[in-house]
Ligand binder design. Structure first.
Ligand code: PGA
Length: 262
């Protein structure tokens, strides 16, 4: 990773851990990070719990002054109003969320989220001071027929439609090849580096140097303690979006320590 951008390690809990489990997981994460002497000024460690946990996580993080950030796994594209079951960006901001995942492949598949919907969610998040972690990535078929870069860049372009470089300041992009999520199959460090460089090149071409240099690009898909350092070797890969390996506080802290390289 480049030293100009702060390393970001975000734990996407998906639909795991209720609000009581969230409290003990975050406590154990904080203790394990402290015991392992992970320098939290050098890395952003983030947890992304289910919506129902966020208030508990907020109370703990603020009450104990933990050096951790948190966020949500999705956000509504709508402003508050008659949208049953939706969660507005403003509600997440008011709960102290910093980040929100947008366009995760599981939501694209399970909830038929199109790139248009994803772009509207990115807009809603940015409009309420949330940092979107925009997920893009190809399927196994696309990887095998060699169209993975083309597909991922087209998905990115459509998921950012209508947004200017100024709007996108602070944006985080997570490259998550669908075939590597929860499968134990990790892309190689070279695969992650190739796509991160292609994404950064595309950002430079469309939005200019400043956004290309400041945007953090993460890799996600079966990242574990024993492969995270390799994945981060490329200057273009600025962190990881971690699913399964973030569900235990001590394990996620070990992954963070391995990532920081202490
Ligand atoms: P995984 O999930 O680490 O369990 O593969 C990553 C993700 O979906 O963000």
């Amino acid at each position: 990773m480049s030293t100009a951008r702060t390393l970001l390690l975000a734990g996407n809990w998906k639909m795991n851990l209720d609000h009581l489990e969230a409290i003990s997981t975050v406590q154990k994460l904080a203790w394990a990070l402290r015991d392992a002497k992970v320098d939290l000024t050098a890395v952003d460690v983030v947890v992304l719990p289910p919506f129902t946990d966020i208030r508990s996580v907020q109370t703990l993080v603020q009450g104990d002054k933990l050096w951790l950030r948190y966020g949500a796994q999705d956000v509504s594209r709508h402003e508050p109003g008659a949208h049953t079951g939706e969660i507005a960006a403003t509600f997440l901001s008011r709960l102290g969320c910093t980040y929100v995942v947008v366009g995760h492949s599981e939501r694209r598949a399970d909830n038929h989220e199109t790139n248009d919907v994803v772009a509207a969610k990115v807009k809603a998040a940015l409009g309420h001071d949330l940092v979107p972690i925009l997920c893009v990535g190809e399927s196994l078929d696309q990887r095998e027929d060699g169209t993975h870069v083309e597909f991922t860049l087209a998905q990115l372009e459509e998921s950012l439609a209508g947004l200017s470089a100024e709007d996108l300041t602070g944006l985080v992009i997570a490259y998550e090849p669908v075939w590597a999520i929860g499968t134990g199959k990790t892309a190689t460090a070279e695969d992650a580096a190739e796509m991160a460089a292609a994404i950064r090149g595309w950002l430079r071409e469309i939005y200019g140097d400043s956004l290309a240099e400041s945007t953090r690009i993460l890799y996600g898909g079966s990242v574990k303690t024993d492969n995270v350092a390799d994945i981060l070797v490329s200057d273009d890969v600025d962190g990881a979006l971690v699913g399964g390996a973030s569900l235990s506080g001590p394990d996620f802290a070990a992954l963070c320590k391995a990532a920081v390289g202490q």
